[in-house]
Write a protein that binds this ligand. Structure first.
Ligand code: HPA
Length: 267
């Protein structure tokens, strides 16, 4: 994506919103409603933003929602696009580039994920300590050389600690673990899940790894939170469906909102 395309997007956003957000929130499957509950929010539809990629997955609303949460200006990205929709990495990374251009310094990336570690249950929230990028997707050649430093430590220890403190202060139980990102869009086979368990993954999903890596390489402090919407294939007994993922997301969204808001309070 050329610089001028990004500039056009950012100029449009700035013309419609004077608030300068400090904290960004990427809302995953089933967690998009969080933004609808934000006080005094101002939403911009991504369809109105020049050059902003469109989301097609059921349950994803494409909006940038600005609000002040616990006295901090935030921007929630509602309706992320997955790699399997466009097969274009720049499309997936676009919100991160927008966040960076708007001056966001802290980014919380959330997702729906399947539990692999047998201590995880559907409805659990898991703070990401690290991830494994198993998309086997090379970084896009259009990426500027400044993105090259991707890798190393992606998730901020400081934010992990703050999220844990926020959870315990509010009686929310959270787990911690390693997220593995696959390309999807099919769910994994039981044999694949067994492999993922052996390479050290606690939960599996189809997003986050690209966005979190880029944000971190751009100098943002990154927090990752998974909502365990189901047990991965072969771990649980039920057949996986997008409906189940959305249903569990709905069930835990209040707790999720509390955790995010209490964490932001500590930033
Ligand atoms: N696998 C991959 N992605 C997912 C899952 C899963 O079990 N649940 C939610 N997103």
């Amino acid at each position: 994506m050329s610089k001028s395309a990004l500039e056009q997007s950012v100029n449009y956003i700035r013309e419609h919103m004077s608030l300068a957000p400090e904290i960004g929130l990427i809302l995953g499957s089933g967690l998009g409603d969080f933004a609808d509950g934000l006080p005094d929010r101002v939403a911009i539809s991504t369809a109105d933003i020049p050059n902003y990629p469109v989301s097609t997955v059921e349950g994803h609303k494409g909006k940038l929602v600005f609000a002040i949460l616990n006295e901090k200006p935030i921007l929630a990205f509602q309706g992320r696009t997955h790699f399997y929709e466009s097969r274009n990495l720049e499309t997936v990374l676009y919100p991160i580039r927008v966040a960076n251009a708007l001056g966001i310094k802290t980014l919380a990336v959330t997702n729906a994920a399947g539990g692999i570690n047998r201590t995880l249950n559907a409805g659990d929230l898991m703070i990401l300590t690290d991830h494994i990028n198993l998309t086997l997707e090379p970084w896009s050649p259009q990426r500027p050389a400044s993105d090259k430093a991707v890798g190393g430590t992606v998730y901020s220890m400081n934010l992990i600690r703050k999220a844990e403190e926020a959870a315990s202060a509010n009686g929310i139980s959270v787990k911690k673990g390693v997220y593995v990102g696959l390309k999807g869009p099919t769910y994994e086979t039981a044999a694949e899940v067994e492999m993922l368990a052996r390479i050290g993954a606690d939960a599996v999903g189809m997003s986050t790894v690209f966005e979190a890596s880029l944000a971190s390489s751009m100098g943002m402090e990154v927090l990752g939170i998974s909502c365990i919407t189901n047990l991965a294939t072969g771990i649980g007994t039920s057949k996986l469906s997008h409906a189940e993922v959305t249903e569990v997301g709905n069930r835990v969204k209040k707790v999720f909102a509390k955790l995010v808001s209490a964490t932001i309070d500590r930033i």
